[in-house]
Design a protein around this ligand. Sequence first.
Ligand code: CO
Ligand code: CO
Ligand code: CO
Length: 304
Amino acid sequence: MASLDDAGVYQLTDDLAIIQTIDFFTPMVDDPYTFGQIAAANALSDVYAMGGKPLTAMNVVCFPVKSLDISVLKDVLRGGLDKMREAGAILIGGHSVDDPELKYGLSVMGVVHPKRLVTNAEAKAGDKLVLTKPLGTGIICTAIKAGVADKETIAKVSDYMAALNDKASELMQEVGVHACTDITGFGLIGHAWQMSDNSRVGIEFNSASVPFLPEAEEFAKTGFCPGGLHRNREFYSKNVEFVEQVPEYVQDILFDPQTSGGLLISLTPEAAQLLLDKLLKAKVRPAAIVGEVVSGPAGKILVK
Ligand code: CO
Ligand code: CO
Ligand code: CO
């Protein structure tokens, strides 16, 4: 099977395919244990986006042995391990190198029935789009690095980034899903564009219904926009049309690179409503229907 958006897929038998993925990055929060949780949740997410179940994981570690205490590494790894346990995945090894900058993540292997594999290439005109986590984490992490975010904001954004996409993945399979991707570095617009391009459809977002962390508004207006946000805007602008009323800070939030963001799920309107009810019951909040899939033009996004 081809290598698709979120991870590589290899079919072993008629009813078993493996999903393989790797992700690691530098800390976006100061607390090492929290960073470990977030990095693991982020790496596991690509398996969930494809409708799979993670089975095994390996640690990927870069650590500055001379400048950081080894207890920091222990806390990072403990955070990662706790997240793997929560996901029901087993740590089977890993690799570490001495590096000037701390980096951590996982290589994850998951499984899925080949007929139940979810890609970003099967969105259909008439589908609704459900988003399962609020946007704005990149902007808020930029504010954290600048030292202007308060403790509650840091705790809140950390909780969202550390949250697994397991329930959303399970529930989308339960109600029937056409396409899915997780929202990470390319932001909502970038990942939605990949879905629209691969599915040969257009996408329309209703910006007023896109959930975002309220703190992101204030920080975006003050200019705490990560470099990746500007790169996303530059790269994807040619494929996006904003109607005039969409405020500048909302556009920023839609381009904001996410760390361990939610799933963007494309499914029939009936299934979308059912999924939304189930997500809210499972406390996957603030999930919302944020837009729809239209027949064309393919690879174009309209934001109302
Ligand atoms: Co992904
Ligand atoms: Co990835
Ligand atoms: Co090795």
